[in-house]
Design a protein around this ligand. Structure first.
Ligand code: FPP
Length: 255
C-alpha cells in the first residue's frame, strides 16, 4: 500500500492555458474548476487520507477585480454543484485561509458543508482560499503566545494550531504549469514533502496523470534526514538520541 497519504496541489497554469487559446484568463479558471472535480474523485478512489488544493493565495488578491470575482464565483459554483457528492462520498470538507472577506453567501455555504461533513471519515478535502503559509504559521504562534505568555513553543504546539491539524504533514506536493516554486503554500506541513513539478497546465491535468505521479513517487525512498529506511536496527529517533548522548559523553570524538 502506498505511504502517500496527504497530497497537496498547486493548480497552476490556468491563465497561460487560456492565453494560448486566445481566450481570456478567466476561461482557464472555468476549465480548471472542472478538473478539480475529477481530481477530488481520483483522490477518493485512491484512498488518500487528505487532498489540499491551493485555490486562491493571499497574493492573488492583487489580480484584476474581474479575475478575483470569477474565482469567488467558481468556488461557490463548485460547492453548490458538488455538495451532494461530497456528502455521499463521506468526504470531510474544510476551507483554510482568511475567508472572512469572501461574499457572505459563500461563507454560509462553506460553513454549511463543513458542518454537514464534520463527522465524515473518508477523504479530508481542503481548499486553501485566501491562504498563505507564513500567515498560517504566524497565526499559530500568535494564538499560542497570547494563551501561554512566556512559554516556549514546541513543534507539537505549532502542529496542533495549524488550520487543519488532522491532515498533518504533506507527503507529496504537486505543482502543475511548469514552474518550480512552493509559492507560500503549506510551508510548515511541507518540511519533508516530496515535490513533483509537471509541465501540464492545470486545465489539461487528468485523473491518469495524477495516478501515474502517485505511482512514480511511491517508488521514491523518503529518508527524513536519515541514511536509508532499511539501514538500522533501531528506530531513527532512538538512534538520533543515542548519537547525541555519545557526543555529549565524549564517547565519539572528532574524526
Ligand atoms: C493559478 O493559475 C491558479 C489559480 C490562481 C486559481 C486556481 C483555481 C482553479 C483551478 C479554479 C477554481 C476552482 C475552484 C473549485 C475554487 P494562474 O492563473 O496563475 O495561471 P498562469 O500561471 O498560467 O497565469
Amino acid at each position: 500500500m502506498s505511504k502517500i497519504k496527504h497530497v497537496a496541489i498547486i493548480m497552476d497554469g490556468n491563465g497561460r492555458w487560456a492565453n494560448q487559446r486566445l481566450r481570456p484568463r478567466i476561461w482557464g479558471h472555468v476549465r480548471g474548476s472542472a478538473v478539480v472535480s475529477q481530481i477530488v474523485q481520483a483522490a477518493n478512489d485512491f484512498d488518500l487520507k487528505a487532498l489540499t488544493l491551493y485555490a486562491f493565495s493571499t497574493e492573488n488578491w492583487s489580480r484584476p477585480l474581474e479575475e478575483v470575482s470569477t474565482l469567488f464565483k467558481l468556488l461557490k459554483k463548485f460547492l453548490e454543484k458538488e455538495k451532494k457528492r461530497i456528502i455521499e462520498n463521506n468526504i470531510k470538507f474544510k476551507v483554510i485561509g482568511e475567508i472572512e472577506n469572501l461574499p457572505k453567501q459563500t461563507i454560509n455555504l462553506i460553513n454549511e458543508i463543513e458542518s454537514l461533513t464534520s463527522n465524515a471519515t473518508g477523504l479530508n478535502l481542503t481548499f486553501a482560499f485566501s491562504y498563505g503559509g507564513r500567515a498560517e504559521i504566524l497565526r499559530a504562534v500568535n494564538n499560542f503566545t497570547t494563551q501561554n505568555p512566556g512559554k516556549a513553543l514546541t513543534e507539537q504546539d505549532i502542529n496542533s494550531l495549524m488550520y487543519r491539524p488532522e491532515t498533518g504533514d504533506v507527503d507529496l506536493m504537486i505543482r502543475t504549469g511548469g514552474e518550480h516554486r512552493v509559492s507560500n503554500f503549506l510551508l510548515w506541513q511541507m518540511a519533508y514533502s516530496e515535490l513533483y513539478f509537471t509541465p501540464t497546465k492545470w486545465p489539461d491535468f487528468t485523473y491518469n496523470e495524477f495516478e501515474k505521479i502517485l505511482e512514480k513517487v511511491a517508488n521514491r525512498e523518503r529518508r527524513f534526514g536519515n541514511v536509508s529506511s532499511q539501514s538500522g536496527l533501531i528506530d531513527s529517533s532512538e538512534r538520533a538520541e543515542a548519537n547525541r548522548t555519545n557526543f555529549m559523553k565524549g564517547t565519539i570524538t572528532d574524526v
